[in-house]
Design a protein around this ligand. Sequence first.
Ligand code: ZN
Ligand code: CU
Length: 488
Amino acid sequence: MTAYDFVVRNGTLIDGTGAPRRAADVAVKGDRISAVGAPGSLRCDSEIDATGLIVAPGFIDVHTHDDTALIDNPGMAMKASQGVTTVVCGNCGASASPYTRAEINHFLSLLVKKPENIAPSFAGFAAKVEAAGPALNGAFLVGHSTLRMSAMGEDLMRPATTAETAEMRELLDASLGEGAIGMSSGLFYPVARAATTDEVAETALPLGKWGGLYTAHMRDEADDILAAMDETFEIGRRAGAPVIVSHHKTSGRGNFGRMRETLPKFEDAMKRQEISFDVYPYVAGSTILRKEMLDRAERTLVTWSDTMPSASGRDIADVARELGCTPHEAADRIHPAGAIYFMMDEADVQAAMSHPGAMIGSDGIPFDTHPHPRLWGTFPRVLGHYCRELGLFPLEDAVRRMTAYPAARFRLTGRGTVRAGAYADLCLFDAATVIDTATFEKPISPAVGIHSVFCNGAAVWRDGKSAGGRAGRVLRLQELQAESRAGG
Ligand code: ZN
Ligand code: CU
């Protein structure tokens, strides 16, 4: 009998706070880290030899669309293989609940494949996630577009009426009361584009009362990005909520270099309200296929198509040649479909990612036939390519942007730091070899250099394959707040 379930020995600890690495052993009992001690000070019958490895907190993927992937694909290999132990779902205005319609709106099909996975209440949805027994933790935002579709049906090309806004507000209030951690919006998308700033701000009011947060896929990430930032910050202020700008980018050739404008604007606004942003480490984005976006992108790859499945993974120009039409016409003909758009500048991506306010989020789309490689590659790519190969930031800082910093910004009490009393979410990796292997050509491919991953003390990834742990939890707002008050 020993006091611990297992001890990770001889590793180099990077604890998530940004503090310099140090040699340390880590002991785990149940779902918690019970001790962090000098090398050799903690003994147990069950030991994991971490010689030559970094021992870090499990990574927090702050920007995902994994809401129902946690149900349909509970092993979550695409994230566990990267060292991720918590996913924040419901981003870009789209969540699987509270959704009061029977049919899946095509916008929601980005993240929901089965009608039985949608739910009219957040509590009902959270119960489905728990029943699936996922490997990883999930924290959930309520999507403003989902609220809109619940209140307005298919009649979305206009602002909500006062009565509809009140209904959306009540749905959000109930969801926060049941444990959702905040609200996301996606004013860029057609289903929400007609929403006014007032509509979103008035819907978002319960955030202040509950202590929830606001994430935004902004109305514009191109020519009018500065106005979109002002709108986003205003909604956060009016709701009394911290703001997280999603996947910060300046897209389109005409906007290359404009991080020189957006980053100082962020810094200025951060003096007055809590604002942060997330970044994915690629110059291409991915979302639904829209012909307006073809002109902005240097190159467009199809990620899936219901009407022409064989288009997946191919350049839209190539698909257009086969169909004997223009790329714009091809986009119409293969609709509904998804796409990858090459539309950012590498220097901008690096400037955003290395900014002190930046955290890492994959924005991976879990059900695409030929997904953007960020779904499997984001975190190892930051560690291997941007940190080790390019020296963009020290490893301690790279880990901080994936762990303690997002845990603080998303109020994920007890996560993101390796210390006694914290949850046993851990990632053991080899700093010398860790790298993504997923590419635009071959996107479904686990990273190398991720040795083992634990979520709530259960092994979820080991030696290049799933380890079977299914101890993931729904992280509910009130429980996180209660633990925070208790000093967790
Ligand atoms: Zn988005
Ligand atoms: Cu997204």
